[in-house]
Ligand binder design. Structure first.
Ligand SMILES: Cc1ncc(COP(=O)(O)O)c(C=O)c1O
Length: 395
């Protein structure tokens, strides 16, 4: 029912790679064009009317995105995307607060964009990375989290929803326990924000990062949410125009958050398009989006389990991600059959190499469903699974 909103789907493709990047509805491009056609100028600087209007549009987007996650407006920093946001947390908060011998708790489910910044902190500060043991299904549990918690733990950095398995981490309880021990929690919500309602006040996380392009928004923009007092206590990691207050030859002072983290000219059109994307998602309703994806996924899993020679790694996942392989078929060979049939999905290690190693594979296939997918898409996908199995496999 939503397909008509997404011009790329006019190509007749079956798009099952929204975990990598979602498609964008035409109203998002229209919002960006409106900015370029009617304003197109910089924000926070101009002393003329169209610059004031552009500034208002940019700041209205901040307010809208803050409302989307129930944050205060000044707690929303616009960044280049989730990877940038996660890097700011590690390179600003982490390098300043983690010391030799401290421990950082992570999981093997983490995307490289959440793993590598903390690997860097651990190397530079001689701290230790500690991994929550996963259950045999590949899940994080509160008990397993408690088993690695120690009086040396300084930071917990976890994904909200795994980009390979689609599991939702039990963050409410983990954050509660972390805070009882005065530990800061950074949440990677790149796969959560597009698919489920997030309330940062209720969740009580210290930092939360996500990207617009995975939630019907433009590329090149994302969010770092941080609690006000934390953001204001942190140093910027990029320096330059617009983030400063007073600049002398040898020193400068910086604006309060969020502005001190938004250096130079920001992706203004993309921020404005992001606002429209958030409005679009909210007009459908996050609960409805989650329900729709789960329905499609359950339908797909039911069919997959009836096909001989197919291995599903996350049968009971609660979100719209399906991780699988076809026995005796390399995922990239299988991907060529999907591609021939116009079915777009992902093959590889999904920027989560430790997890794919944990699964004992070199690569997996991933189908990820979103609001514009239908049962017919699932049927096409299943036909391609069988075709790939019969063409390359030994059945
Ligand atoms: C769980 C997770 N974290 C972080 C990222 C990085 O997002 P981006 O590439 O938009 O910076 C991704 C992207 O696939 C992801 O799935």
């Amino acid at each position: 029912m939503y397909k008509k909103d997404f011009p790329v789907l006019n190509k007749g493709i079956t798009y099952l790679d929204s975990g990598a990047s979602s498609l964008k509805p035409s109203i998002v491009m229209e919002a960006m064009n409106d900015y370029y056609n009617n304003y197109g100028v910089n924000v926070h600087r101009g002393v003329y009317e169209i610059s004031h209007i552009a500034t208002e549009m940019y700041e209205a987007a901040r307010e809208r995105v803050a409302g989307f996650i129930n944050a205060d407006t000044e707690e929303v920093v616009f960044t280049r995307g989730a990877s940038s946001s996660l890097n700011i947390v590690a390179s600003s908060y982490g390098l300043a607060n983690v010391n030799e011998g401290d421990e950082i708790i992570l999981s093997e489910l983490e995307h490289h964009s959440h793993l590598l910044p903390w690997q860097n902190v651990a190397k530079v500060k001689k701290a230790k990375l500690v991994y929550i043991p996963l259950t045999k299904e590949g899940r994080i549990t509160v008990d397993n989290f408690k088993s690695v918690l120690s009086d040396k733990t300084k930071v917990v950095a976890l994904t909200y929803v795994s980009n390979v398995m689609g599991y939702v981490s039990p963050l409410d309880e983990i954050i509660n326990i972390a805070h009882q021990n005065e530990i800061v929690v950074s949440v990677d919500a790149a796969q959560a924000a597009p698919h489920k309602k997030i309330d940062v006040k209720k969740l009580d996380c210290d930092f939360l990062s996500f990207s617009a392009h995975k939630m019907c928004g433009p590329t090149g923009v994302g969010v770092l949410y941080g609690k006000k007092e934390l953001l204001n206590s942190m140093d910027p990691i990029e320096f330059g125009g617009d983030m400063n207050d007073d600049v002398g030859l040898y020193d400068a002072t910086f604006k309060d958050a969020p502005y001190k983290f938004e250096t130079g000219t920001m992706p203004i059109a993309e921020v404005i398009g992001f606002k429209t994307a958030v409005e679009y998602l909210e007009s459908i309703g996050m609960d409805e989006i989650q329900r729709h994806e789960k329905t499609l996924r359950d339908y797909a899993v039911e069919k997959m389990l009836k096909i001989d020679g197919v291995k599903v790694y996350n049968k009971d996942s609660e979100t719209g991600i399906l991780a699988f392989n076809i026995e005796n078929v390399h995922p990239h060979d299988a991907a060529s059959v999907f591609d021939k049939n116009g079915v777009c999905l992902r093959a590889g290690h999904h920027c989560a190499q430790p997890l794919v190693n944990w699964l004992g594979e070199v690569a997996t296939l991933r189908a990820s469903f979103y609001i514009y997918n239908t049962k017919e898409d699932v049927d096409k996908f299943i036909e391609s699974v069988i075709e790939a199995r019969d063409f390359f496999g030994q059945f």
